[in-house]
Design a protein around this ligand. Structure first.
Ligand code: NAD
Length: 271
């Protein structure tokens, strides 16, 4: 590898939450390909963790797995402590574990709202705080990337209420942390994926939209590139944001959405 490769992650350890999932797994593989010394995968699903760790190792990378729940203070504390038994320091944090919610605001229970916020926003803060503290203590010029969503920027409707608001919170968490920790040399950015191709997305898109137009048609009609994203397509932008190529990039919320957020309600993507 050339010595001046700005995209190289050689010598850096990364921690990826939701590392057993589609996007988290793809990010972990990409970080390993870019030369990261090790990738610590944190997830509640042990089988998913083992599968992704196997793929990282097949690529010649080093993966460690931590089974843990990143939605609680104790879970985050334990996960970071276990990660630091495997690696001396964490240079890169990818806050990515998250889940959706499809309940209209008038039907949403306090419990569901709380669960979504606990994982999608409070968990991101707690993990950033725990990993950020060790970056500050060890004078690590670290990089943090949050997986947000296009619905963190603009409202989605269709009951994505709690999810969407939690992702808007992730965007502001990103900006506040970038401001607070910039002088430590810690950079904090986020990506906003559009809908990612997956069996669960197929089920969702097969439903009819209340407008009468098939949901798939509506979603693709708002994506100038005309297709859903692949999980791997989230990984390149993340690898850029945590690399030295992005040394002057912090507080940025990067849409990775095939152009979705560039469209307004009157947009036509076909001429
Ligand atoms: N898939 C999409 O279309 C899409 C679009 C925009 C944003 N996102 C965001 O991308 C991120 C990853 O989503 P994905 O599509 O890869 O989903 P996924 O379900 O494949 O992966 C999520 C992973 O998080 C893990 N997880 C869930 N709760 C956890 C907890 N309490 N502690 C630790 N791990 C936990 C799950 O076991 C799973 O492996 C999420 O934050 C999601 O909101 C996804």
């Amino acid at each position: 590898m050339p010595q001046d490769d700005l995209f190289s992650l050689v010598g850096r350890n990364a921690l990826v939450t939701g590392g057993g999932g589609r996007i988290g797994g793809a990010i972990a593989e990409r970080l390993a390909i870019q030369g990261a010394s090790s990738v610590v995968l944190v997830d509640i699903n042990p089988a998913a963790l083992a599968a992704v760790a196997g793929r990282v190792k097949d690529l010649g990378g080093t993966a460690y797995t931590v089974e843990g729940d990143v939605s609680t203070p104790e879970g985050v504390r334990e996960a970071v402590a276990k990660a630091l038994e495997f690696v001396d320091q964490i240079d890169i944090l990818i806050n990515n574990a998250g889940r959706g919610s499809h309940t209209f605001p008038e039907d949403l229970s306090y419990e569901e709202w709380s669960e979504i916020f606990q994982l999608n926003l409070t968990g991101y803060f707690l993990m950033a705080q725990a990993v950020g503290r060790q970056m500050i203590e060890k004078a690590i010029r670290g990089a943090i990337v949050m997986t947000s969503s296009t619905c963190g920027a603009v409202a989605m409707g269709r009951g994505n209420f709690a999810y969407s608001i939690s992702k808007a919170g992730v965007n502001h968490l990103t900006k506040e942390l970038a401001l607070e920790w910039g002088h430590f040399g810690i950079r904090v950015n986020a990506i906003e994926p559009c809908q990612v191709d997956a069996p669960s997305m197929d089920d969702l898109l097969a439903r009819d939209d209340p407008s009468g137009t098939a949901l798939r048609e509506r979603v693709l009609g708002g994506i100038p590139l005309g297709r859903l994203a692949q999980p791997e397509e989230m990984a390149g932008p993340v690898a850029f944001l945590v690399s030295d190529a992005a040394a002057m990039v912090t507080g940025t919320i990067l849409p990775v959405d095939g152009g979705n957020l560039a469209c307004n309600a009157a947009a036509s993507i076909r001429r």
